[in-house]
Design a protein around this ligand. Structure first.
Ligand code: NAD
Ligand code: DAU
Length: 356
């Protein structure tokens, strides 16, 4: 089975490529533009694998995508390429509109042209899997409620609005043109190779640098956390066994306040890399101005993917977070150049000025 994974040099896409390549019956082509978030070092474990290849391309380039679909005889497209950071979408929404909306439109067109040229048998097996987020459902109250697949879309940020738009386009290409699509909407991932603009890796690396650990508002906002390798297994199931036209919610059943997450990271580091003179990492916590439009809470009901596709997470939050902290302690070769050359941890997304 031949996969085209877009955004495969990113955090989740690289986990998907590493996971799929472990199956010798699969061939994986990774299409990535290599934006600031793309990093071929995340593919080092598979870069010489016989069933892996990389192509630098933009999903907005319809011809380049079509060429790759034909050249690699693709059976399944997994579309992960996106601008993914909420704070960057507040500072500059333009790139989010371009890649997440226009890019999805372009890759859908390429997939449709390719799909129409296939034999009936290949046509029925082809899948376009669009990887989306729980943020399209918007803001949940602290008191309760969970997102199910039928929850109406109510995105709050330019990022989540652009992802919502892309989900609608994918469904329209199914309803109107018959393209066999599947969608998945997942909660917050964490784990190895996570770009250090996101909360968990940012806090680990700021702590190691003895820098303030920025907590937005009072740290009371709640996210549901899923270990990235559990997400990669879920995505394989959705892509290969999901029913065309359906979407599947994916979550870790691990809701935590942001402050609890940051404090747990501090405690894990206290045990592994104690600070000088008996100081505690919690002393570095710094409450800063809140993110504009900050959704209070996300919570995923993942019953459907469990019942229909047999998926459950293997990692719980405590074991997964400990593994993640250990990975960052052991892999400065990966994050050192990113902190030095791409992003040093400065505050993003205060909405002082909106750029392009
Ligand atoms: P990421 O920012 O780490 O990686 C995105 C990748 O896409 C990068 O390698 C980048 O170079 C590539 N890319 C960006 N624009 C491109 C373009 N125009 N053409 C080709 N490649 C391009 O993102 P991530 O966290 O790995 O998220 C991957 C997908 O999963 C996104 O669609 C995101 O919305 C979704 N998602 C993420 C999470 C999460 O917690 N990180 C949760 C649910 C869903
Ligand atoms: O829910 C899925 C989403 O999870 C994905 O669709 C996004 O691509 C992914 O980036 C993530 O979005 P969040 O905005 O939830 O992740 P982030 O790591 O940026 O923030 C997590 C929470 O921590 C959020 O409530 C904001 C807060 N935060 C974040 C940063 C970067 C802080 O308190 N301080 C920080 O410095």
């Amino acid at each position: 089975m031949n996969f085209l994974v877009t955004g495969g040099a990113g955090f989740i896409g690289s986990a998907v490529c590493r996971h799929l390549c472990a199956n010798p019956a699969y061939r994986v082509t990774n299409l990535d533009k290599l934006t600031y978030a793309g990093n071929l070092a995340s593919l080092r474990p598979i870069e010489n694998a016989h069933n892996y290849s990389f192509a630098q391309a933009d999903i907005c380039d319809e011809r380049a995508v079509l060429d790759l679909l034909r050249r690699h005889d693709i059976d399944i497209v997994m579309n992960l390429a996106a601008e993914s950071h909420v704070d960057r979408s507040i500072d500059g929404p333009g790139a989010f509109i371009e890649t997440n909306i226009v890019g999805t439109y372009k890759i859908l067109n390429a997939a449709l042209e390719y799909w129409r040229s296939l034999s009936d048998d290949r046509k029925s097996r082809f899948r376009f899997h669009h990887v989306s987020t729980d943020e399209v459902f918007g803001d949940l109250p602290f008191e309760g409620g969970m997102f199910v697949e039928e929850t109406p879309y109510a995105p709050s940020s330019p990022y989540s609005a652009s992802k919502a738009a892309s989900d609608h386009l994918v469904r329209a290409w199914h309803e109107t043109y018959g393209l066999p699509v599947v969608l998945s909407n997942c909660s917050n991932n964490y784990g190895p190779y996570h770009f250090p603009e996101k909360l968990i890796p940012l806090v680990i690396l700021n702590a190691l640098d003895e820098k303030p650990l920025p907590v937005y508002g009072a740290g009371a906002n709640v996210r549901d956390w899923l270990f990235v390798e559990d997400h990669a297994r879920a995505l394989e199931l959705v892509a290969t066994k999901g029913h065309p036209g359906e979407s599947y919610n994916v979550g870790g059943n691990s809701e935590r306040t942001n402050l609890a997450v940051v404090e747990t990271i501090c405690d894990l580091l206290d045990a592994r890399r104690p600070r000088a003179r008996g100081r505690r990492y919690r002393e570095l916590i710094s409450f800063v101005t809140d993110r504009p439009g900050h959704d209070r809470r996300y919570a995923i009901d993942a019953t459907k993917i469990g019942r229909e596709l047999g998926w459950t997470p293997r990692e719980n939050f405590d074991s997964g977070l400990a593994r993640t902290v250990d990975w960052f302690l052991d892999n400065e070769w990966w994050w050192g150049p990113i902190r030095e050359q791409r992003y040093a941890g400065e505050r993003l997304g205060e909405a002082r000025k909106v750029g392009a």
